[in-house]
Ligand binder design. Structure first.
Ligand code: GRF
Length: 202
C-alpha cells in the first residue's frame, strides 16, 4: 500500500514508520511511504524525510487566498502520489471538505490523549490540568470534526505526580509511535471496514 505522511513538527512518528518499514521491508510491513507533506518548511520532519530519500512537498496556508483553496491544494498535492492511506503524524492543521471528500475513510490521525477526552491542539496539557490520572494516545480516522472520527486503537499512559507537559508528552510519544506503526501496518496488510463508529480490521 502507498502511504503519504503529513507532518508539522519534529517527525518522530514519521521516523518510527520509516524505521519500521526499513527493518521489516515494505513487502512484509504492507506499506511504503511514497511522499511526506508539510504545512511549513524548515522542520525536522521534512529533514527526516529527505534523509530517508523520500519525496517531500510543502503546502502553506498563507500561500493561498482562502482556507478552502489551501485545502484543495493540499488534496491535490497528496493525490499526485496516489496514496491508499494518508497519515497525519503531528500534522497540526484541520483539513476541509475537499480533502475529506477525497481521502475520508483512509485518512488516519494520531492524537496525544485518550479521545473523546481532551481533543484539540493541547491534549497533553489539558489532561494534566484536569488532574486525570491516566491519559495516552488515540489513532483514529479523521472526520469533519476536531479529533472526533472513528477510533482505531488507543494506548494508555499513567500520569505521575511530578509530570509536566513535556515529560508526559515524551512518555505518550513512546507509546504513540509503537501504536501508529502497528496500526498502519495492520490496516495496510489486512484491509479494514468502518461500520459507523466501529473500525474492523480484517
Ligand atoms: C504527537 O504527539 C502527535 O500526536 C501530536 O504532536 C506530536 C507529534 O510528534 N499532535 P512528532 O512530530 O511525530 O515527533
Amino acid at each position: 500500500k502507498r502511504l503519504v505522511v503529513l507532518v508539522s513538527g519534529s517527525g518522530t512518528n514519521l521516523q518510527a514508520l520509516i524505521d519500521a518499514i526499513a527493518e521489516t521491508g515494505p513487502g512484509a510491513y504492507g506499506a511504503e511511504i511514497v511522499a511526506v507533506g508539510a504545512d511549513r518548511g524548515g522542520i525536522e520532519g521534512l529533514a527526516r524525510a529527505e534523509r530517508a530519500g523520500l519525496p517531500t512537498f510543502v503546502c502553506r496556508v498563507k500561500d493561498h487566498a482562502t482556507r478552502e483553496e489551501w485545502d484543495a491544494a493540499l488534496a491535490e498535492a497528496v493525490a499526485a502520489y496516489e496514496p491508499d492511506l494518508v497519515v497525519s503524524a503531528g500534522f497540526m492543521r484541520i483539513v476541509g471538505k475537499e480533502f475529506l471528500a477525497r481521502f475520508g475513510g483512509r485518512f488516519v490521525n494520531t492524537h496525544p490523549a485518550l479521545l473523546p477526552s481532551f481533543p484539540g491542539a493541547h491534549g497533553v496539557r489539558d489532561a494534566l490540568a484536569y488532574g486525570a490520572r491516566v491519559t495516552g494516545c488515540t489513532v483514529h480516522f479523521v472526520d469533519d470534526g476536531v479529533d472526533t472520527g472513528p477510533i482505531i486503537a488507543q494506548g494508555v499512559v499513567e500520569i505521575r505526580d511530578e509530570d509536566d507537559e513535556s515529560a508526559l508528552h515524551e512518555r505518550i510519544k513512546e507509546v504513540e509511535r509503537r501504536l501508529l506503526v502497528d496500526v498502519v501496518g495492520r490496516l495496510a496488510r489486512n484491509g479494514y471496514r468502518i461500520e459507523g463508529r466501529k473500525v474492523v480490521i480484517q
